[in-house]
Design a protein around this ligand. Sequence first.
Ligand code: ZN
Length: 323
Amino acid sequence: MTVNTSGLHHVTAIAGDPQANIDFYVQGLGLRLVKKTVNFDDPSTYHLYYGDEAGRPGSLMTFFPWKGISSGRVGAGQSTSTAFSVPEGTLGWWQNHFKGLGVESSITRASADEERLSLRDPDGLQLDLIASSTIDPRNPWDSASVPAEYAVRGQHSSVLTVADPDKTIGVLTGDLGLHLIETTGNRTRLAAGDGRPGNIVDVIAEPNGRPGLTAGGTVHHIAFRVPDAATQEKWRQELVERGFHVTEILDRQYFTSIYFREPGGVLFEIATDTPGFDIDEPLLELGRSLKLPPWLEPSREAIENSVARIQVPAENNPAMAER
Ligand code: ZN
């Protein structure tokens, strides 16, 4: 491969009630809702994007909320945990913060330089906050719920659970350009680019693991970064030549995407860093109003009538975040 990824772009998961999802990710996790749009493949439902102030690649977590969806099952062939990067020494604060919101969490020491707080979102999605001794230089979103000194810096890593790790690791290293960091027990850590938080993938081997079922509270896909459309096009060509069934390039308005399934069953996306979330509303107003791509704009009235009414918390607006 002549093209490599520099790290994670976003993770997309399935939720139930959109309001519970917004309240948890904005007020609980302290992320910013950077885009309120619809699922382009099912415009009667939302697609909600959370991230840092600007929704930079590597900070993004997105959801398809389907009210009343049944719970999925976490298992082999899925991304089974999504980890966010927080500063060292903040996990006690986070545990208290979540306790105040009625969310139970537990702290474990994962390795000599890594501590993690594990919890579940309102739909049961497995999340970890990882405080590591590796400096994470990314600027966080400073909100009234989670002050900047504690705030999430962006993604830390994604965990993939698969029956046959060698094939998945082969794709991650041979076709996406990640490199091997270490194997401890049944967990192999890989990293892209500089290997900092946001560029890490852990592959867990579960040879007899029950396959997961993708529905509420499970990850739908994980996306890796590519700088621009021209590089994406070239990469797509190379993946097709290697025998992957890759989708056409799809316009996601804030980036363009291709998708393919890795041999372990996890759906991978490769998404561009450009154009970004301020293409259709100013940075200061991200997430404030329902944004639609040009091809859905003619159906705006019908769409607005079909999606659930939701309230975006006031601290999503930067002016309100000042204390
Ligand atoms: Zn995606």
